[in-house]
Design a protein around this ligand. Structure first.
Ligand code: PMP
Length: 440
């Protein structure tokens, strides 16, 4: 833990609280975005005098930049063990990757069924809605994905499901989905599988497996900013042949061969899907982070983060009035995050008091996974409609803590002590932070 901490920038940032006390800020919001690794920042500044445009010149710097950019694809391929027949497309983030994929696959027609699930981030739900016939795989009582419902739906649609679009790990409950089993089921019924790797790839070893394997992941997407690499890079991976037919959503230079005013000759994927000057520094940041995390070992990272989250779950479970979502057993396969509520305080008040009283950053709300949180909270349509049509700050939701490699047990103790205190004096804190919920 303490070695991991030396590799991440900004771990010892001091903040001054409203009462004048200076504390070291604690970041428990790594599922949203992680701070950069120091090797990433070093690589960026070292390369800064050398960069030029990618694939757009014979100048020395341009050649060097292009080589580095193309090497980036191989670093990514190796990291997630993508098939040699897969293309690695660089995008802005996971959301853009999924939108690009949805447009590419939509060329096959609207009658194709896409099975998304009840536990998805909106990024892996909304892009499918208007281009395909969409249905959602349901949940078990404990908020896990129901494999039984997945198989029922695959069977009911009788070969019409072209894609199962599922998250590798949930950004609400931290559950890791049994992707090899889901892939087997999807393939058995002639469907492909897309895995949203935004919360999974940075925290657990991922193996896409060869294309001929029944457990192969056909398409994968993830974001660099959730794995210690800033500058706005995402990745989309999938079989080259699936990207050949469609006309790409972004069009322009870099995506084409020879163009006349009458005819466009498209370049091969991945270039076809990377119109415009590529984000070279973003790719450099990503591959430097991948190399650094691989040296540390993703398995080691997973084990350390698992210890952190189990400790946090045990601590939270001791606080009267705390409900954990969803956590049947402590030692479940999960990434390092958990959502909870505290009786008597709104989730936004919990986040505000942690920030104001101790400089602890957490996330609160619906985490861009609205249907999943709505289901975990058993909200009905009328309640949802009310909040859709009223500007009411008491909108339901949850509080979430999420750890990175640099977090430690002492930080969890500080968090626990304050939250336990708040639970004991909830009326005092509800009054003190009433302003968070006041209208206007
Ligand atoms: N999927 C999941 C599971 C996520 O947690 C997120 C980010 N919150 C996304 C997709 C979208 O990632 P990005 O904002 O980088 O596009």
């Amino acid at each position: 833990g303490s070695y991991f901490r030396t590799l991440v920038t900004g771990c010892d940032t001091k903040v001054t609280l409203a009462n004048g006390r200076q504390v070291t800020a604690i970041n428990f919001d790594n599922a949203a975005t992680t701070p950069p690794l120091s090797p990433v920042i070093k690589a960026i500044s070292r390369f800064a005098p050398w960069y030029a445009s990618v694939h757009r010149g014979r100048g020395y710097k341009s050649i060097l930049t292009s080589e580095l950019y193309d090497r980036g694809r191989e670093v990514v391929r190796h990291f997630v063990k993508a098939d040699p027949g897969d293309v690695i497309i660089f995008t802005k983030n996971t959301t853009e990757s999924i939108n690009i994929l949805a447009y590419a696959l939509a060329a096959g027609g609207k009658e194709q069924v896409v099975l998304s699930t009840d536990m998805e981030h909106l990024a892996n739900d909304m892009p499918w809605r208007d281009k395909f016939t969409v249905d959602y795989v349901g949940l078990t009582k404990s908020g896990r994905l129901s494999l039984e419902d997945l198989e029922t739906k695959l069977r009911t649609y009788r070969g019409k499901v072209s894609l199962v679009a599922v998250t590798g790990a949930s950004n609400v409950t931290g559950y890791i989905n049994p992707i090899p089993k889901i892939a087997r089921l999807a393939h058995k019924y002639g469907a492909r599988i897309f895995v949203d790797g935004a919360q999974w790839v940075p925290h657990a070893p991922v193996n896409m497996k060869p294309q001929h394997s029944p457990e192969h992941i056909d398409f994968l997407a993830f974001s660099a900013h959730k794995m210690y690499a800033p500058f706005g890079t995402g990745v989309l991976i999938g079989p080259k042949k699936c990207f050949e037919q469609a006309v790409p959503v972004y069009q322009g230079g870099g995506a084409v061969g020879l163009v006349s005013q009458q005819h466009i000759e498209w370049d091969d994927p991945p270039a076809k899907y990377e119109a415009g000057t590529p984000n070279m520094m973003g790719v450099l940041a990503l591959i430097t982070a991948i190399e650094a995390l691989s040296r540390l070992s993703i398995t080691e990272i997973h084990n350390y983060e698992q210890a952190l989250i189990e400790y946090a779950i045990d601590s939270l479970a001791e606080i009267p009035g705390v409900t954990l979502y969803s956590c049947q057993e402590r030692r479940e396969e999960r990434v390092s995050l958990i959502s909870f509520s505290l009786e008597g305080l709104h989730h936004s008040q919990v986040a505000e008091l942690l920030s104001q009283e101790a400089g602890i950053a957490i996330r609160s709300g619906l985490f861009c996974a609205h249907p999943y949180v709505e289901k975990l909270l058993n909200l009905n349509e009328a309640e949802i409609k009310y909040y859709q049509t009223h500007d009411d700050k008491r909108i339901p939701g949850l509080a979430r803590i999420s750890f990175g490699i640099y977090n430690n047990f002492e930080e969890i103790d500080i968090f626990y002590t304050l939250l336990a205190h708040a639970a004991k004096h909830r009326n005092h804190y509800a009054r003190k932070y009433a302003y968070v919920l006041s209208p206007g």
